[in-house]
Design a binder for this molecule. Structure first.
Ligand code: DC
Length: 241
C-alpha cells in the first residue's frame, strides 16, 4: 500500500447528515476530519465582528488570507473543536474557542454570502488542501471538495436528502445545542432553501455533484446504512491505492 494520503470528498447541501456521516467515516477509516464549512463560517464570524459587509469581496478575501495562521481544529473525544488566534488548550489567554459561535443562524446565513466571493474561495483553497493531505489523509466535508479542492479525490460522494428531512434534522441539531431560539421547522426550511439556492447558483464553485461522484440520498436511511455505504467506497479506493 502506498503512503500517499487518501482523500475522501463528501459534498452536499446543509442538513443532509453530511457532518455526522463524515465524522463516523473518518473515525472508522482512521482518517482526519476536515470540516471546510467551519472555515467559511470563521470568515463570516470575523466579518460580522468587524462590521464588514458580506458584499465586500476584497475585504473578506483579506480576512480569509489570515486564517491559515489563525485557525486551529482540535478533535477531542470524537468532537470537533475550533479555535482562533492561539493554540489548542492549554493555550494563551488570547485563544478563543468559536466552536458554538460559528453555528449560530446569523453566522450560517453570513457564511453562505461570504462563500460567494472568488477572493475568499481562492484564499482558502491551499489551506483546505494542506489540511486534507496531513498524515494518512482525510475526510473533507463541504460543497466543492470533489469539484474544485480535490478534483482527483480517491472517493467522491455527494450526500443529500429531501429539504423537509434536512430541515427536521437541522432543527433537532439546533435544539440539542440550545441554539434553536425563535426558530421553527418552517423557518429552518426557509433558511435552508435560501442557502441552497445561493450556494447552487453562485458562479464560482457552486454546490453540485462532481460528474464522477456517487450520489448518496440519505432520506429514509439510517446513519449506519449511509456510513456503511461510504465506508465501502473507502475500502474499494484503498484496494486501488
Ligand atoms: O457546511 P456548512 O453549513 O458548515 O457551510 C457553511 C457555508 O459555507 C455554506 O453556506 C456554504 C459554504 N461552504 C462552501 O461554499 N464551500 C465549502 N467547501 C464548505 C462550505
Amino acid at each position: 500500500m502506498s503512503a500517499r494520503p487518501l482523500i475522501v470528498a463528501l459534498d452536499g447541501p446543509a442538513g443532509a447528515g453530511k457532518s455526522t456521516v463524515a465524522k463516523l467515516v473518518a473515525e472508522k477509516a482512521g482518517l482526519a476530519l476536515v470540516d471546510t464549512g467551519a472555515i467559511y463560517r470563521t470568515v463570516a464570524l470575523l466579518a460580522l465582528q468587524q462590521g464588514l459587509s458580506v458584499d465586500d469581496g476584497n475585504a473578506l478575501g483579506r480576512i480569509a488570507q489570515t486564517l491559515p495562521a489563525r485557525l486551529r481544529f482540535v478533535v477531542e473525544g470524537g468532537h470537533n473543536r475550533v479555535f482562533l488566534d492561539g493554540r489548542e488548550p492549554p493555550a494563551p489567554a488570547s485563544t478563543l474557542e468559536i466552536t458554538a459561535t460559528i453555528r449560530s443562524p446569523e453566522v450560517s446565513a453570513a457564511a453562505s454570502s461570504v462563500a460567494r466571493h472568488p477572493a475568499v474561495r481562492a484564499a482558502l483553497l491551499e489551506l483546505q488542501r494542506a489540511l486534507g493531505r496531513r498524515g494518512k489523509g482525510s475526510v473533507l466535508e463541504g460543497r466543492d471538495i470533489g469539484t474544485v479542492v480535490f478534483p482527483d479525490a480517491d472517493v467522491k460522494a455527494f450526500v443529500t436528502a429531501s429539504p423537509q428531512e434536512r430541515a427536521r434534522r437541522r432543527m433537532n441539531e439546533l435544539s440539542e445545542k440550545g441554539l434553536a431560539g425563535n426558530e421553527s421547522e418552517e423557518s429552518v426550511l426557509r433558511d435552508i432553501m435560501a442557502r441552497d439556492k445561493q450556494d447552487a447558483e453562485r458562479p464560482v464553485a457552486p454546490l453540485k455533484a462532481a460528474d464522477d461522484a456517487v450520489v448518496v440520498d440519505t432520506t429514509g436511511k439510517t446513519l449506519q446504512q449511509v456510513t456503511d455505504e461510504i465506508l465501502a467506497l473507502v475500502k474499494r479506493a484503498r484496494e486501488k491505492q
